[in-house]
Design a protein. Structure first.
Length: 309
């Protein structure tokens, strides 16, 4: 009796399988794209080829449905399944969609902008969309000129820009926009919020992270030092951190940008007094010589954009 039961089961399974096969076949043959493909390649494929490619055709129908429904279960999210003919065998090729290619491009561009303690929104800044109010026109033009000159001859030395202007006028945002345009053109920029960086360096004194971090910053292909002069500096930060970074960049002819609420002359005065109150005008002068060598001063004026107009 047992054997009969077993055979019956097998028979039923076989029957189920057949039915399932017929269903699948119907589903495939009812698919418009499959039909179109078969018509297009009529002369190149035989009925036998179609039978052989059955599994692939089924895969196509399933995956295309998931693709259209944006079903997360699809084999290759972001890729559109398409039918291709590979000699006598029909195959499914997964073609990256425009959306995927754009996403990959955006990620690649973003990866060229290294930020250290910078606000997130500068990642979206762009020169093309930068609003050119009257007080910021010069800044915008010099930014544009830099990007043009640098991308035309990246190996030559190009003076960066020292943006000076009051709080909220858009200095940091403009640095971000320049970095974005440079990234679009394939160049790496490091944007550094100097006051925060200085605090972090001080906290790391004596640890082995100081050296590598300083090296990474000073060697950045393009460096932007944001908000210099916002805090008073210790002589160590001024001479052994800022001074070392600037010295290296001057020697290596590496483009360097700054933004500050102080003009260069005001910054010189600011740097001549240390956190402890020591007056060291010569040390400040040395730093300023490097800053002046590396950048040209461009002022920005206008309303504080952090307040509602
Ligand atoms: P600053 O660095 O001069 O203090 P920010 O660059 O931080 O000023 O700009 C202040 C605010 O205005 C930020 O929120 C910034 O995103 C915004 N902002 C500045 N310039 C623009 C611009 N051209 N287009 C859009 N938003 C801007
Ligand atoms: Mg700023």
């Amino acid at each position: 009796m047992e054997d009969v039961g077993k055979n019956l089961d097998q028979l039923m399974n076989k029957k189920n399988y057949r039915m399932r096969y017929e269903e699948m076949k119907q589903e495939i043959l009812q698919n418009e794209e499959v039909n179109q493909f078969l018509v297009e390649h009529q002369s190149a494929i035989t009925q036998q080829d179609i039978e052989k490619s059955f599994a692939k055709l089924y895969e196509f129908v399933q995956e295309k449905r998931k693709f259209i429904q944006n079903d997360p279960a699809m084999i290759a999210p972001g890729y559109e399944p398409t039918l291709t003919l590979n000699y006598h065998f029909i195959d499914v090729t997964y073609v990256p969609t425009k959306a995927l290619l754009e996403k990959e491009h955006r990620q690649e561009v973003a990866s060229r902008i290294q930020t250290i303690s910078m606000p997130k929104d500068i990642q979206n800044a762009s020169l093309k969309e930068y609003e050119r109010t009257s007080g910021r026109g010069d800044a915008w033009i010099s930014a544009f000129e830099f990007v043009d000159a640098y991308t035309a001859a990246p190996k030559d030395f190009h003076k960066g820009i020292y943006f000076v202007g009051s709080f909220g006028v858009g200095k940091t945002y403009l640095l971000g926009a320049i970095a974005r345009d440079l990234a679009e053109a394939g160049y790496m920029t490091t944007l550094l919020h100097f006051p925060t960086f200085a605090v972090e360096m001080k906290q790391a004194i004596g640890k082995e992270t100081v050296g590598p971090e300083l090296t990474r910053v000073k060697q950045a292909p393009i460096l932007m030092i944001d908000d210099i002069g916002a805090d008073s500096l210790s002589s160590w930060i001024r001479d052994e951190v800022l001074g070392v970074i600037l010295q290296y960049r001057m020697q290596e002819h590496l483009p360097t940008f700054f933004s500050s609420n102080f003009s260069m002359d005001e910054l010189e005065e600011h740097l001549s007094v240390t956190q402890r109150g020591e007056i060291e005008p010569l040390k400040a002068k040395r730093i300023m010589e490097r800053i002046r060598y590396l950048s040209q001063e461009v002022s920005m004026s206008g309303r504080n954009r952090r307040e509602r107009p």
